[in-house]
Design a protein around this ligand. Structure first.
Ligand code: FES
Length: 64
């Protein structure tokens, strides 16, 4: 599903960027241009980032 229509960025692309080390909206914006045009996608992009970080933290707890 597209999160940022202006820049054709999907939730999967944001999730992959987080898994590859981007850990804030600012980093995602700089990396993928999410939110740089109309800005309507910012809340949804932040939600994907937060959900992915929570998933990664949960996975780390399973390993530890
Ligand atoms: S939908 Fe992301 S900047 Fe417009």
């Amino acid at each position: 599903m597209y999160i940022c229509v202006c820049h054709a960025v999907s939730d999967k692309t944001i999730k992959q960027a987080v898994e590859n080390g981007c850990c804030s909206y600012r980093e995602i914006r700089d990396c993928l241009d999410v939110g740089k045009t109309c800005g309507r996608c910012v809340p949804d992009a932040r939600a994907v980032i937060n959900d992915t970080l929570i998933e990664l933290a949960a996975d780390m707890r399973k390993v530890a």
